[in-house]
Design a protein around this ligand. Structure first.
Ligand SMILES: Cc1cc2nc3c(=O)[nH]c(=O)nc-3n(C[C@H](O)[C@H](O)[C@H](O)COP(=O)(O)O)c2cc1C
Length: 207
C-alpha cells in the first residue's frame, strides 16, 4: 500500500519537505510505502481550459510533472499535498499543478484518502490549508485529519524542526492516514465497495 506525497515547494529540501518527511516517516513506520514527487523550481503552467484532458485523462502539456502526478496518484492508495504559503495562499506552482492534475481527471482519485500540509514563516496557514482541501472535497476523496490544522511554522528547515507541535501534527496525520488506508483495504476485502457515483446533474445558474 503506497502513499503519494507531492512537495509543491520550489525548494526540494526546504520547510515543506521537512513537514512532509515527518508524515512519510510515520506512514512508513505503519508499514506503508511512500513516493515523494517534487514540483521543483521549473515553471508549471496554469490550466488553459482546453478540455482535452476529458478525452484521455492527461494534460496536453507534457513539459512539467502534471501527468506524472496523475499517473502516480492512480497507482497510489492515498495522497498528501504539501505547499509553502505565498501571500496567504498555497504557492502558485502548487496550485497550477493541482488545477491541471484534478480538472476532468479526478474520477480515478475517488475514495483515496487525502490530506494537505502547509508551511509558513508566520501567517496564512489556515487559508492555504482550506484552499488545498478544496481539491479533495470536489473529488470524493476522504480528508484525513490530525489534531490541529496541518501546518508547520519556520523560515528554514531548522526552524521547522523546532516547531515541536507542528511536527507532532505531522506524525498524528501519518498515523491517521495509515489507519484509514488500512481500514479501506480491510473493508474492500470484506466486500464493502465504495458508493457508485450518481450521474452528474450539471446546473449552471444561467437563466
Ligand atoms: C513569494 C513568497 C511569499 C510568501 N508569503 C508568505 C506569507 O504570506 N506568509 C508567511 O508566513 N510566509 C510567507 N512566505 C515564507 C514561506 O512561506 C516560508 O519561508 C516557507 O516555510 C518556505 O517553505 P519551503 O522551504 O518549503 O519553500 C513567503 C515566501 C515567498 C517566497
Amino acid at each position: 500500500m503506497s502513499v503519494l506525497l507531492i512537495n509543491g515547494s520550489p525548494h526540494p529540501k526546504g520547510c515543506t519537505y521537512t513537514a512532509l518527511s515527518a508524515v512519510a516517516e510515520q506512514l512508513e513506520k505503519n508499514g506503508l510505502t511512500t513516493t515523494m514527487l517534487q514540483v521543483g523550481a521549473k515553471p508549471v503552467r496554469g490550466c488553459i481550459a482546453c478540455g482535452k484532458c476529458a478525452e484521455d485523462g492527461h494534460c496536453v502539456f507534457t513539459d512539467d510533472p502534471v501527468n506524472e502526478a496523475v499517473d502516480l496518484l492512480r497507482e497510489a492508495e492515498a495522497l498528501v499535498v504539501g505547499a509553502p504559503v505565498h501571500y496567504a495562499g498555497p504557492c502558485a506552482s502548487a496550485c497550477a499543478l493541482l488545477d491541471r492534475m484534478f480538472f476532468r481527471k479526478s474520477g480515478p482519485y475517488a475514495h483515496k484518502p487525502a490530506a494537505a500540509v502547509v508551511s509558513c514563516r508566520r501567517g496564512g496557514a489556515s487559508a492555504s490549508f482550506d484552499r488545498l482541501n478544496k481539491y479533495f472535497t470536489i473529488a470524493r476523496m476522504p480528508v484525513v485529519s490530525s489534531q490541529y490544522w496541518n501546518s508547520v511554522h519556520g523560515n528554514t528547515p531548522d526552524e521547522v524542526r523546532q516547531d515541536r507541535e507542528g511536527l507532532q501534527i505531522m506524525r498524528t496525520l501519518g498515523n491517521n492516514m495509515a489507519w484509514l488506508v488500512r481500514c479501506i483495504a480491510a473493508g474492500k476485502a470484506a466486500g464493502i465497495a465504495p458508493p457508485a457515483p450518481e450521474a452528474w446533474e450539471p446546473t449552471n445558474f444561467i437563466r
